[in-house]
Design a protein. Sequence first.
Length: 235
Amino acid sequence: MFMELGLNWKLEMAKLVYILHIETATKSCSVALSKNGNRTHCVEEHGDAFVHGEKLALFIKQVLTDATIQPSDLSAISISSGPGSYTGLRIGVSVAKGMCFALSIPLISINTLQSFEKCARIQHPTLNTICVMIDARRMEVFSALFDQDGTFLKTTSAEILDEVSYKEFEPFTCVGDGSAKMKEFWNDRAIQFIDNCHLSAVGQVELAYTKYLNQDFEDVAYFEPNYVKEFYSGS
C-alpha cells in the first residue's frame, strides 16, 4: 500500500505534511490538525458523557473546513491507541482506518498515556515528574509515570493502587480522571493533583510528526488498539 510512498519519500517530505489527530480514549472527543509538526486547528468537547459516535465525524469535517483543506491533502492520520475506553477506542480507530484506506495514507498510533503527558506539559509547563491515570473502574487505573523529558519511568499498566503505590517516584503530579480516586489515599504524600487537565488530540502532534518522519506506521488492515485489559467499557 505504501510502496510508492517509500520509494518517493524525499519527494513526499518536500511538500506540506498535514496530519489529522483523533483522540477518543476517554470522554474527551478531540480532533486536531497539524502542519509540518505544528498544531494549526483543534475542535474538541470535554464532558461527562461519551459523544464520539455523534460528534467525531462532525469535528473532523469542521477541522478540515476551518483549515480550508480537503481530506486528500492529508499526509497521515494519528490515533490514540489506548489504553482507555473500549468503545471510544474502537470508534476512533474504525474512523481513522476507514479514512486511511480511502485516502491511501498511513496510520500512526500514539500511546494514550504518553499523549496525555504531552497535554499536561502544554497546559502546565513547569511540571516535573507526571503520573497519568485513566479510570479503569473500581479502584483500578491505567497508569504510567514520566520524567521531565517525557521518558517513561513506569510503563503503561492496569493496576489496583494502594496507599504506598509509586512511593519511589515522589514527588510527582497526578493528572487524568483516574487520579480523583487516589486523593484520599495519597493526601499525606508529596503528590500534587491537577483536576483541570484534559486529554486532547493536541498531545499527539509532536509524537505523531516524529513517527511520520521515521516512517513508523501501522498496518491499517491489522491494527488494533492496546486495551491493556480484556475489556473496559468506560461506563
